[in-house]
Design a protein around this ligand. Structure first.
Ligand SMILES: Nc1ncnc2c1ncn2[C@@H]1O[C@H](COP(=O)(O)OP(=O)(O)OP(=O)(O)O)[C@@H](O)[C@H]1O
Length: 548
């Protein structure tokens, strides 16, 4: 497939708003793709370049991208910025700029979807002191060969926001439809393989194999997630429940085969080098090949320390030893997904737990099986007294469903309402804050799009503002007056007093009295609140129920 054809498909999808229509259009394209193209197309159409499990990253920020475009069209980076500021959309502005180039150049090399992907591989592989220069050369070459429309989607792919509204769920449905396969089977295979691209290829080549896919060591799967709920509700629905402490640490997945151990964060980044003590603890606790799921907790004098301490350890790349002395971290393992070549995700929790207790000698998080509300509430009180966040109430018969935020795991904690939202823009501050951003535009996700829901400026000290500026300054895509558009990379947790219906924001909602709580470094933008969940909270609020 020519990249131009891919760009035309994107343009067409961008003009459609109906989800079913989009699914149909994409499903019609998939069967005609070559084997090598299929996984790449599937990832690209979701705005992703590499499989979700892969550690590869493009590492192209707006500045490098604009430098490349400036070179190709024979102007300065500032002129590219100005053009982008004028439209507010990097993709469209770059398309316009490339149109001026097209009038002056006679020769454009046709670009193939695969060639673009291989170039992205080269960009991602560039490392070390000269990496920025190497990346720039490849990105320049891509834009030099791009027709204007191709430029729009090249830029957006590199900025990781395709803006066509094809979310993971829609692409999954398109794969199922294209190859006439039960969507649940596609979803199940996706959970284990963590790459819809490869699932699509299997769906075409060997659909029967979809039901046999396994979790592979060193290819992390998404973490199973929880919904907010109540102890009574969960016992009423399921009778017996498994209650565990909800630790205020950071999620990890531990993979071990023989002597090789690796640890992945909740964002599936490899953090083995930052956590040698966790590797040592868990490596010593089992002789088996395993994939374990748990929480890393920081402790001091036997008491858990807040989440921020743990995240500092996850971030640490240098002088890890010095940091180990300052912050002691320990693993609390609550699940096992793989044992000696066998995938356990479809076994019931009760059985996985039994296996976990057999194969791991230490570091297992306590679990209590209870059938009465009073018993579970006593554990909740004890959890809070011990300094934990609350409890997790899990269904003993439940499979492990990677990436799913369902009711099989319910979290119960004291009621502070917060939302995790993507930071998509900011406004320059005033007075002594004039050289920093003073407020931030936040968004929920909906089918691959990010929709604004409000601004937060409250609850942020000058010191934190300076940190936030350092974190975000290289992600500026466009400027307009006092406002900037940001490449969506950072997640804020914010408190609020109420969700209101509002015509002012594209999400249809606004937050009353939003207040900054913290940066959720452990979360990626794919994990922010969905529009549906926000609407549900709004509905509950109108009916006078809290969600806890
Ligand atoms: N015993 C436990 N079982 C499962 N998850 C646990 C447990 N203890 C702590 N956790 C943490 O709680 C999280 C589950 O809550 P949830 O899926 O809602 O994620 P979250 O958005 O990070 O929640 P929160 O913001 O409430 O921490 C897990 O990702 C994990 O990090």
């Amino acid at each position: 497939m020519q990249f131009l054809e891919f760009a035309r498909i994107c343009e067409h999808l961008e003009g459609i708003s109906g989800r079913l229509d989009m699914i149909e259009q994409v499903s019609a394209v998939l069967p005609g793709l070559e084997d090598e193209e299929l996984p790449i197309f599937v990832r690209f159409i979701m705005g992703r370049v590499f499989p979700d499990w892969s550690p590869k990253k493009l590492g192209v920020g707006p500045n490098l991208l604009y430098d490349a475009v400036a070179y190709v069209v024979g102007t300065k980076r500032s002129a590219v910025r100005e053009a982008i500021n004028a439209t507010g959309d990097a993709g469209l502005a770059i398309e316009d700029l490339l149109a001026t180039k097209e009038q002056t150049s006679f020769f454009v090399q046709e670009m193939d979807l695969l060639e673009v992907y291989w170039d992205f591989e080269r960009v991602a592989a560039a490392e070390g002191a000269r990496s920025q220069r190497e990346k720039l050369l490849v990105v320049r070459k891509l834009f030099a060969n791009a027709r204007p429309l191709e430029g729009r989607y090249l830029a957006r792919l590199m900025l990781e926001e395709l803006r066509i509204g094809m979310g993971e769920g829609s692409v999954r449905d398109a794969v199922a439809r294209a190859f006439d396969i039960d969507v649940r089977l596609v979803e199940h295979a996706h959970q284990a393989m963590n790459d819809l691209g490869e699932v699509a290829l299997l769906a075409r080549r060997d659909p029967a194999a979809l039901s046999r896919v396994t979790i592979e060591p060193f290819r992390p799967v998404k973490m199973m997630l929880a919904q907010a709920g109540t102890i009574a509700g969960q016992i009423e629905d399921h009778g017996e429940v498994a209650v565990e402490y909800k630790y205020d640490g950071s999620r990890f997945q531990f993979h071990k085969v023989g002597n090789i151990c690796r640890i992945y964060s909740r964002r599936l980044e490899e953090v083995t080098g930052s956590l040698p003590d966790i590797v040592m603890h868990l490596g010593e606790a089992t002789d088996h090949d395993v994939i374990l799921d748990g929480e890393v907790v920081a402790v001091q004098d036997g008491r858990p320390m807040p989440f921020q301490y743990v995240i500092r350890r996850f971030r640490r790349k240098h002088q890890v030893n010095a940091m180990m002395e300052k912050i002691e971290v320990v693993p609390r393992v609550f699940d096992i997904l793989y044992l000696d070549g066998e995938t356990l995700m479809d076994r019931p929790l009760a059985e996985r737990r039994r296996i976990l207790e057999e194969v791991l000698d230490a570091h297992i998080a306590p679990q209590f099986l209870v059938t009465d509300v009073a018993g579970a509430e006593a554990i909740y009180t004890e959890a809070l007294n011990l300094g934990h966040e609350g409890v997790m109430v899990k269904v003993p018969s439940s499979p492990y469903t990677p990436g799913v935020r369902g009711r099989l795991w319910v979290k119960v904690k004291p009621g502070v309402e917060t939302l995790d939202l993507a930071v998509i823009g900011a406004e320059w501050g005033e007075g002594r804050r004039a050289k920093m951003f003073g407020s931030f535009l936040l968004a929920v996700q909906d089918q691959g799009r990010l929709l604004p829901v409000g601004k937060v400026a409250t609850g942020i000290t000058d010191e934190v503002l300076a940190d936030l500026y350092a974190l975000l300054k290289d992600s500026v895509i466009a400027r307009s007056g006092k406002e900037v558009t940001l490449e969506p990379k950072v997640v804020f947790e914010v408190g609020y007093s109420e969700i209101q219906a509002s015509p002012n924001y594209a999400s249809g909602y606004a937050l009353r009295f939003p207040r900054f709580v913290q940066v959720r470094e452990d979360k990626s933008v794919d994990e922010v609140e969905t529009l549906d969940a926000l609407a549900e909270r709004y509905g509950e609020q109108k009916n006078g129920q809290g969600s806890l």
